[in-house]
Design a protein around this ligand. Structure first.
Ligand SMILES: NC(=O)c1ccc[n+]([C@@H]2O[C@H](COP(=O)([O-])OP(=O)(O)OC[C@H]3O[C@@H](n4cnc5c(N)ncnc54)[C@H](OP(=O)(O)O)[C@@H]3O)[C@@H](O)[C@H]2O)c1
Length: 307
């Protein structure tokens, strides 16, 4: 187990979202607030001038991670593992209460809970602006929020169900990655890591999952494109493809899941904490190293060997 303190780093903060015009006092107040929240130390040796505008500086002593869908399942497990590894956190999801519960479990002061719908572009922009103002930078985004749809063939699928799934799983991941990329590109030191939550369904579908499987295949394109476009800015992108972690989404799998043959078969699930460990492992890699794709699954689930 690594010492969480070793995750702390000293860095210069540049805030691309702050539109500060009230001069030094405002900058200092903002930086001081940030310092208190995320246990950073304000660099008082350097005098800030009013005209420095967007370029206020503090020394940050913790790394910052944002997690979507952080109120339950894999998102909560990731948040707790990242917290254990010393990260300050921004937790996002639609419902405030589960986010607060995750924050309480993490039991640290430097956690923002931001209730939002990841499909709402303005809400996502405002959340990342808040992350920038409160923490000064972002080191890791775990793009995790996701939903399924009723198990039907495409002819029976409503357009609303399709749109909801695309909006959450794909557009939501795009919107959060877009804001994270913007922040990581501008901050100093530049760079960061975006981890997308794919699925075994990013490789092969389960029966009756057209929207879910389509969006998860599309996430693979997002991961590859961000990994490529992020290179000049030290932004790494990886994808975790999970099979049968024990969460709300897989509740009932041990009773039975429809197979391609039409039979219903019980499937094993594994402890969701292992997903959190994997996310923290990827997050903690230095930015010159990446795991583009990591598959983690219940050893005995039907995937390898065509069933
Ligand atoms: N469990 C598995 O074996 C497995 C396998 C492959 C992939 N995955 C993926 O893992 C991710 C998490 O799933 P899970 O298994 O942990 O299930 P889960 O417990 O249902 O988690 C989904 C999370 O996403 C949040 N969410 C849903 N819609 C949202 C929206 N529009 N805006 C913001 N947050 C939203 C939910 O919180 P609110 O309802 O409060 O918004 C919830 O916390 C999903 O992307 C899923 O596809 C899971």
């Amino acid at each position: 187990m690594e010492d969480p303190e070793s995750r702390f780093s000293v860095c210069l903060v540049r805030c691309p979202f702050a539109t500060i015009s009230k001069g030094e006092r405002c900058l200092e107040a903002l930086a001081g607030k940030h310092a208190m929240r995320s246990r950073c130390r304000l660099d008082r040796s350097r005098k800030l001038k009013p005209d420095e505008g967007l370029d206020w500086r503090v020394f940050v002593t913790a790394r910052i991670a944002a997690v979507t869908g952080a109120g339950s399942g894999i998102g909560r497990a990731a948040a707790l593992a990242l917290s254990g590894a010393g990260y300050s956190l921004a937790l996002m999801g639609r419902r405030a209460k589960p986010l607060s519960e995750t924050a309480a479990l993490a039991d640290r002061k430097d956690i923002l809970t931001i209730p939002l719908d990841v499909a709402d572009s303005a809400a996502v922009a405002s959340a990342f602006r808040r992350i920038s103002l409160e923490f000064g930078r972002l080191d890791v985004l775990f793009n995790n929020a996701g939903i399924g749809t009723p198990p039907v063939t495409i002819d029976m699928l409503s357009v609303d169900d399709w749109n909801r799934c695309v909006a959450t799983n794909l557009t939501g991941s795009f919107l959060c990655a877009r804001q994270a990329f913007r922040l990581m590109k501008c901050q100093d030191p530049q760079g960061g890591r975006i981890i997308n939550n794919g699925s075994i369904s990013a490789h092969v579908p389960r029966p009756f999952t057209v929207p879910y499987s389509t969006t998860k295949h599309a996430i693979t394109g997002l991961t590859r494109s961000l990994g490529l476009d992020g290179r000049p800015y030290d932004i790494a992108c990886s994808q975790i493809d999970i099979g049968n972690a024990g969460t709300q989404l897989t509740a009932g799998f041990q009773e039975g899941v429809v197979q391609p043959s039409g039979n219903v078969m019980a499937e094993p699930v594994f402890d969701v904490e292992r997903c959190g460990d994997a996310i923290a492992y990827i997050a903690n890699l230095p930015l010159d190293t990446n795991i583009p794709f990591l598959t983690i699954m219940a050893s005995q689930m039907p995937y390898l060997g065509r069933g």
